[in-house]
Design a protein around this ligand. Structure first.
Ligand code: ZN
Length: 287
């Protein structure tokens, strides 16, 4: 399972967030559906596979456990969703297709500083401040999440349902389709704030005290002998100067896990690719 309940805090935690902790209590988690002990697996910081929770083999979930049923139902819906719309199911499933992002920390909205975009970002903000008054049944059943991970996962899993609503503060576009934007190979400005995404390359990341730098694809040209070579490309700069060591480790691990998975998928002859999703401000002088 991807999530379990912390025995002490009673909060539901994602296995991948265990990378944040300096030490993990392997007996400290229970199934959020039926309470059996769930053990963190692959959470160690040197592991390159994704963390998850598993039960002891001889112990079963209680027969009415929602978490167990959800896991089965989920994989069926995800399989169906790859081929056709499963909107009727997603509308009544709280977690599969999140309705929006609600950060736990109350950080001030960062001004994006793109000239001419002022009206758009302020209308976005007033729209999001009213979301609590929206009583449509759809909003009651689908839930907001605290990080974009599950939103991006839903975007990939349900390509035929990208017309569903999505409210991410500061992002222009109120449905999945328009809130996301894939970077084009031609390097160009992106004046509208979006959740951007691009294939994650196999190249190593570089890092220093100020930044983690993720290389992305871009434009190709030819060298003197006519061989293709990259000319201009995008890079993501994560400004992590003020981050704790643990927080840096989480981001680095998650990126490395995705990169490793993509390389392994290729090795097995699969077409799976790794994508990096990010909300950012584009450099004004150097796109
Ligand atoms: Zn259970």
């Amino acid at each position: 399972m991807e999530s379990a309940r912390d025995k002490r805090t009673r909060e539901i935690v994602e296995a991948e967030d265990l990378w944040l902790l300096d030490s993990v209590d392997t007996e400290g988690y229970v199934c959020w559906g039926c309470g059996i002990t769930m053990h963190p697996a692959a959470w160690e910081k040197d592991k390159k596979v994704r963390a998850y929770f598993k039960k002891k083999r001889h112990i079963q979930h209680h027969h009415e456990c929602d978490a167990d049923a959800d896991a089965d139902a989920e994989s069926t819906v995800i399989r169906q969703g790859q081929k056709a719309s499963v909107r009727n199911i997603l509308d009544s499933a709280p977690g599969l297709m999140p309705s929006g992002l609600k950060l736990i920390e109350n950080r001030p909205v960062v001004e994006l500083g793109f000239s001419g975009d002022e009206s758009k970002s302020s209308s976005t903000r007033s729209a999001s401040s009213q979301s609590g008054e929206d009583n449509s049944p759809e909003r009651q059943s689908r839930r907001q999440v605290n990080a974009i991970r599950n939103i991006c996962r839903a975007f990939i899993r349900f390509p035929h349902d990208r017309g569903m609503s999505l409210n991410v503060p500061g992002i222009s576009g109120k449905i999945y389709m328009t809130a996301f934007k894939k970077l084009r190979n031609e390097v160009q400005p992106y004046p509208e704030p979006k959740i951007f995404y691009a294939p994650l390359l196999w190249n190593k990341f570089t890092e220093n005290d100020e930044n983690l730098i993720i290389p992305l694809s871009g434009e190709w040209g030819e060298d003197e002998s006519g061989k293709p070579k990259p000319t201009r490309s995008y890079q993501i700069y994560i400004d992590w100067a003020s981050w704790s060591k643990a927080k840096r480790t989480v981001v680095r691990k998650e990126l490395e896990a995705a990169r490793t998975e993509a390389i392994e998928a290729k090795g097995k002859g699969l077409k799976d690719k790794a994508w990096v999703f990010f909300i950012c401000e584009q450099h004004a002088a150097n796109p």
